[in-house]
Design a protein around this ligand. Structure first.
Ligand SMILES: C[S@@+](CC[C@H](N)C(=O)[O-])C[C@H]1O[C@@H](n2cnc3c(N)ncnc32)[C@H](O)[C@@H]1O
Length: 257
């Protein structure tokens, strides 16, 4: 545990359902029923992520529901959303498809910022879809986002204007930190090389002539993506995360979507 004092505060706030200000002004109070809190602390000692214990995660300045079975949203994924929003008019009526919806954060943010877009969100995992469904209800977006269980784009017959994805992109045998043990393999591992799902999505983009594809990727996958596409596009722009690592790309097959 890197920040034990801070994490204890976060656990306490979530357990009591109180905010920081309340905690500071009640610093000398005792917790009446602390058994549940002790269980939470024990879980955290075993390296279970704080977010799975509290069932809360903050993303793009909003609080989402999360539980084991769906990937905990990462701050760098906010950049993928920014890259899309930079290129799409707020009034646009595009059909957007997200592959690998997980907790639902990307589709929810896009639905909030693009009120006229039609959004279809797919995941292969029922556990993830359950979490996504709960978040769509929480943000009153169940009517705006069509959730589907399926493999990649198998369940999508509609014409797609924009494909977006934060797919699993880690190689199957890559050794990972122990806190990742709690997160679903389906959300992390993309195949023996790691970029297999990205390649399948690139194939779909080209075979269905999808005008734009925005995708998160591993820090070392830029060259492979560029090589795989071999110049078959109008533009291919890579973006970096806040640590300066290559983190994703936006592929455009047509100039104006
Ligand atoms: C890295 S997580 C991303 C979750 C969420 N979009 C986010 O950014 O936090 C990848 C998601 O892709 C889903 N997934 C993996 N393989 C898939 C496939 N073949 N078809 C559809 N979804 C898939 C996983 O279940 C997981 O929810």
């Amino acid at each position: 545990m890197e920040r034990p004092r801070r994490e204890a505060q976060l656990l306490l706030m979530a357990y009591l359902n109180k905010d920081e200000l309340w905690l500071m002004s009640h610093a000398l109070d005792t917790v009446a029923d602390a058994d549940g809190l002790k269980t939470w602390v024990t879980r955290r000692q075993k390296n279970e992520p704080l977010e799975y214990i509290t069932n809360k995660v903050s993303f793009y300045s909003q609080e989402f529901f999360i539980k084991e079975g769906a990937l905990i949203p990462r701050p760098e994924t906010e950049l993928l959303i920014d890259e899309v929003l930079k290129r799409v008019d707020a009034e646009s009526t595009l059909t957007i498809v997200e592959v690998g919806v997980g907790s639902g954060i990307i589709s929810i943010l896009l639905a909030q910022h693009l009120p006229k877009a039609k959004i279809i969100a797919v995941d292969i995992s029922q556990d993830a879809l359950q979490v996504a469904r709960r978040n769509m209800e929480l943000f009153s977006l169940s009517e705006r986002i069509a959730l589907r269980e399926g493999n990649l784009l198998d369940t999508v017959t509609e014409k797609i204007d924009l494909l977006v994805s934060n797919p699993p992109y880690i190689a199957d045998d890559e050794p990972l930190e122990s806190n990742l043990d709690y997160e679903p393999d389906l959300a992390l591992f993309g195949g023996s090389i790691g970029d297999e799902i990205i390649q399948k999505l690139l194939d779909e983009t080209s075979s269905r002539a999808i005008p734009m594809f925005a995708c998160e990727m591993g820090y070392d996958q830029k060259e492979k993506v560029a090589r795989y596409l071999d110049g078959e596009y109008t533009s291919l722009e890579f973006y970096k995360d806040l640590s300066g690592h290559d983190r994703g790309f936006v592929l455009t097959l047509e100039k104006n979507i």
